[in-house]
Design a protein around this ligand. Structure first.
Ligand SMILES: Nc1nc2c(ncn2[C@@H]2O[C@H](COP(=O)(O)OP(=O)(O)OP(=O)(O)O)[C@@H](O)[C@H]2O)c(=O)[nH]1
Ligand SMILES: [Zn+2]
Length: 337
């Protein structure tokens, strides 16, 4: 890897607390229909926690797809407001309408300390989370504190894969409704969760009564390890899909890129919104360790020229080198330096 002497020192974007100042933690709560998500949110809102919490309930009731209930707990009192969201689908509305709505609300009412977002049992938590994540890393005043899941003991035929997927990406799994099962069944559920995600923290509850300190302020996306860096950059233009795949594979699989000290870059998480030539829709890039996927989102490009936004979290990352490699190899119509 050629060294660029005139490049500025790499400075991680985090503050000491692990995130830019003033950012508001967002926790996404997913789980099977009826698992107890709303019960959990209501419980959190009414418990003593000295936090101002905004809750976005995501009930897709018939005829109410245009409205979302927003309950705000302020100094212990609970009141409700209605947020008008243009799009009923969470996965595509969260970034452009949901976040904006929250931001508008914060301007009006002052900042919240915490935002909790309930998704439907069917929403893909990965897609929802990555929208927050990309946004947060790129300077939004919201960051993702944790993704959680509640499970019931009920068999979810046909949704088994979705449940497994939710567990796989969760930072915390709450096994609720333990009053309804025998110990043997509970052990089985616990074993299943453990087999899907060996690292996830597991809580067992009735009526979603959790110890709040175990649920809020997880900081699961903060860099606890000082050597883990976050690199973000934006690059204008369309990308070659083939070249992007080659770039990602060189980075994640071949570990071909090194920092200025010659240490190989290791990516732990990778997210992005990218533009492919000839495609009207934005494409979401998500990667965890050596796995990655590219998925077209329902979101159409409106900005012109289009701006690709990338976030890398990992070890030995060097922004200048990554950005230079990306720009010269992946962006169409760019001359090699
Ligand atoms: N027996 C029992 N019932 C529970 C428990 N927790 C919640 N419930 C009940 O289960 C039902 C569904 O709970 P909700 O909190 O609405 O579940 P949800 O996950 O928000 O449901 P959706 O938004 O429809 O997916 C309610 O009637 C709750 O009172 C529990 O631990 N034990
Ligand atoms: Zn609910």
């Amino acid at each position: 890897m050629e060294e660029e002497d005139d490049c500025p020192e790499l400075v991680p974007i985090e503050t000491q607390s692990g995130r830019p100042a003033e950012q508001i933690p967002v926790t996404i709560i997913t789980g099977y229909l009826g698992a107890g998500k709303t019960t959990l949110l209501n419980y959190i809102l009414t418990e003593q926690h000295n936090k101002r919490i905004a809750v976005i309930l995501n009930e897709f009731g018939e005829g109410s797809a245009l409205e979302k209930s927003l309950a705000v707990s302020q100094a212990g009192e609970l009141y409700e407001e209605w947020l008008e969201l243009r799009n009923g689908c969470l996965c595509c509305s969260v970034k452009d309408n949901g976040l904006k709505a929250i931001e508008n609300l914060m301007e009006k009412k002052g900042k919240f300390d915490y935002i909790l977002l309930e998704t439907t049992g069917l929403a893909d938590p990965g897609a929802v989370a990555s929208m927050f994540w990309v946004d947060a890393e790129l300077g939004s005043d919201i960051y993702l504190d944790g993704k959680k899941l509640q499970l019931t003991e009920e068999k979810a035929d046909g949704l088994v894969n979705e449940a497994a997927r939710q567990i796989a990406v969760a930072d915390l799994t709450i096994i609720n409704k333990t009053d309804l099962v025998k110990e043997e069944e509970l052990n089985q559920v616990r074993d299943t969760v453990r087999s899907i995600n060996g690292l996830v923290k597991i809580l067992e509850t009735q009526r979603s009564r959790v110890d709040l300190s175990e649920v809020l302020d997880l900081h699961s996306f903060d860099s606890k390890d000082g050597s883990i860096l976050t690199v973000t950059f934006e690059v204008t233009g369309d990308l070659s899909e083939e070249a992007l795949n080659a770039f990602i594979q060189d980075l994640l699989w071949e570990k071909m890129f090194c920092n200025k000290e010659g240490q190989p870059m290791t990516v732990i998480r990778l997210k992005g919104i990218v533009s492919f030539a000839g495609k009207a829709h934005q494409v979401m890039l998500q990667g965890v360790h050596e796995l990655y996927e590219l998925n077209e989102t329902p979101q159409l490009w409106v900005e012109n020229p289009r701006i690709n936004r990338l976030v890398f979290i990992g070890r030995n990352l060097d922004k200048d080198i990554l950005q230079e490699q990306f720009t010269s190899k992946v962006v169409l119509g760019t001359e090699k330096k």
